[in-house]
Design a protein around this ligand. Structure first.
Ligand code: ADP
Ligand code: MG
Length: 568
């Protein structure tokens, strides 16, 4: 007799579906699931909060194209993971969450941690189901994994009744399923491709926008050929950075506002016209802009701005279709147009302002100084994880990416607290490579706090992540230690302290040393450079640089307020 438990069926089914990583927190009833996962050859990373575990699992999905699994216990465990599911689903990243739940004979009886988990996950996922028997586990897992990566990628949930984990069934009574293949690739209609090309050729001020859909879709080779073959200027979205290198001559990121405002035709490749792209509307966009929209999700077409041409299908394939069509008569957008002149002029002017701020030399340092020195030392192939308000926004403009899928940040949902989970996932994946790359996690002090205990996870698994906390003593801004002390003398801080403030000069570096990693307290550019170099040289353990900056340091003057939207 060859019997198999529910836990083994879950683990083996995940492995069959090429799910290689599991992040979670165990407890009754899922401990055996994690053990079975390891036995099946899946790497298991035990985390400190389910939210961070789910962020990590979704980052694996984005980086590898195959979902990571997030394993949680019932009730509160699953509820903590909902934040990660919502973030993944909003980012269009695949992740599979496996939740233990109450035993079948205790349902609705007020069982321990009982919660309507399948129903709860519906709003946060594309698919949410509970196998009704042990025999059904492989097909439900196959469908869940397939759903997470087919069509628009997203989160999926599989609920496992507690009593099914250790229950057994004859192996030959379970139908074996093979691995679901990668999603089928679809091309755009050729008439639409021709229309798109004629709109593009007629453009005076064209712009290509490269989104994280292009990164997820592994469209980098096609994209490079297209941009270099057509000579068009391109602008990456935050996580579109690196599909083509930020220092590519056609990259106009440093003239972002001007490029968006004056483009008459935008070729939108795997990016949504949501808040991140100012809805595609005035005052940030030209009211007459024609959008050539490329996406694999038909429902996305026309959101906020009617698509001039809608090209439905896979970005890599469609970009190749466009290039073939555009090159038929040897057309190329000239490099000496007025448009290129305008863009180049703006790029040079903006670079000058950032440089002046970076080289100010005053202490405490400002954001620009910190990022200037970091950018000089970071290797080109490193993975940059970033979150925090100013830290992420300014960091994005100053820390270059050169390789696709090497930037992970707060994303479409603007979620703070994702950084450490993402970094753990990236480091776990890198570790399996012949030539692993560094993972550098650039955090605001507030952002760091959301998942700070994951530092222990990094130390436990010897994941050599470098965390740089850009510490301004608060959310957006903070106060200096002397002012804080004065306030404390004046009365109860809960009545007086600005809600944005956090403990001034908090020793986040000591959080890292507490668990055996390297910690550095940094106040000057020399200390910053030394600490970063020492950390880069150490592949054995994680480091944390606690970089104290001017609590009133801010972004340089912006042309437009944040989150502008005119009435429709
Ligand atoms: P960004 O944050 O960079 O603007 P979004 O997450 O808003 O990017 O948009 C990504 C878009 O890419 C989504 O609309 C998604 O449907 C689409 N997408 C994802 N993968 C592919 C692919 N392989 N081909 C085409 N579109 C894709
Ligand atoms: Mg801060």
């Amino acid at each position: 007799m060859d019997e198999v438990t529910g836990a083994q069926l879950i683990a083996e089914s995940l492995k069959t579906q090429k799910v290689e990583y599991m992040f979670g927190i165990v407890g009754v009833p899922v401990i055996e699931v994690a053990m079975a996962a390891q036995a099946a050859g899946i790497k298991y990373v035990g985390m400190r909060n389910e939210q961070a575990a789910c962020y990590a699992a979704s980052a694996v999905g984005y980086i590898t194209g195959r979902p990571g699994a997030c394993l949680v216990v019932s009730g509160p465990g699953l509820i903590h993971a909902l934040g990660g599911m919502a973030n993944a689903n909003t980012n269009c990243w695949p992740v599979i969450v496996i939740g233990g739940s109450s035993d079948r004979n205790q349902e609705t009886a007020g069982a321990f941690q009982e919660f309507p988990q399948v129903e709860a996950c519906r709003l946060y996922s594309k698919f949410s189901a509970r196998p009704s028997s042990l025999e059904a586990i492989p097909s439900v897992i196959e469908k869940a994994v397939r759903t997470s990566i087919y069509g628009r990628p997203g989160a999926v949930y599989v609920d496992i009744a507690g009593d099914m984990v250790n229950a057994k069934v004859e192996r030959n009574e379970v139908r074996e399923l093979s691995c679901c293949p990668p999603p089928p690739v679809s091309l755009a209609a050729s008439a639409a491709v021709e229309r798109a090309v004629s709109v593009l050729k007629a453009a005076k001020t064209p712009l290509v926008i490269i989104g994280k859909g292009a990164a997820y879709g592994r469209a980098e080779a096609a994209m490079r050929e297209f941009v270099e073959g057509t000579g068009l200027p391109f602008l990456p979205t935050p996580m579109g950075k690196g599909v083509l290198p930020d220092d590519h001559p056609n990259c106009v990121a440093a003239a972002r506002s001007r490029a968006l405002l004056q483009a008459d035709v935008v070729l939108l490749l795997g990016a949504r016209l949501n808040w991140m792209l100012h809805f595609g509307l005035p005052p940030r966009f030209n009211p007459h802009v024609k959008i050539i929209q490329v996406d694999l999700c038909a429902e996305e077409m026309g959101n906020n701005v009617k698509a001039g041409v809608a090209l439905l299908g896979d970005i890599g394939a469609i970009v190749t279709q466009l290039l073939t069509c555009v090159c038929k008569d040897g057309w190329k957008y000239p490099s000496n147009t007025e448009w290129w002149g305008t863009l180049r002029e703006k790029i040079a002017a903006n670079a000058k302002i950032s440089k002046a701020l970076a080289l100010k030399g005053t202490l405490p340092m400002n954001y620009y100084t910190v990022f200037h020195h970091i950018s000089q030392l970071l290797p080109h192939d490193c993975i940059i994880v970033s979150e925090g308000a100013n830290t992420m926004d300014i960091g994005r403009t100053m820390l270059n990416n050169y390789i696709p899928r090497h930037r992970l940040d707060a994303g479409t949902f603007g979620t703070m607290g994702v950084g450490l989970g993402f970094a753990i996932a990236a480091a776990a994946v890198e570790r399996t490579k012949i030539k692993p790359q560094r993972v550098v996690c650039v955090e605001g002090d507030s952002a760091f706090g959301f998942s700070g205990m994951e530092v222990e996870t990094m130390c436990r698994y010897n994941l050599p992540v470098i965390i740089i906390v850009v510490n301004n003593n608060g959310i957006y801004s903070g106060v200096d230690p002397d002012t804080w002390k004065e306030m404390a003398k004046m009365g109860d801080l809960t009545s007086i302290a600005p809600p944005v403030s956090l403990l001034p000069e908090a020793r986040y570096d000591e959080v890292m040393t507490a668990f055996g990693g390297r910690g550095f307290l940094v106040r000057t550019t020399e200390e910053l450079r030394d600490a970063l170099q020492l950390s880069l040289d150490d592949w054995e353990r994680p480091s944390l640089l606690n970089v104290l900056i001017d609590p009133s340091s801010d972004r340089k003057q912006q042309e437009f307020p944040w989150l502008t939207r005119s009435s429709l």
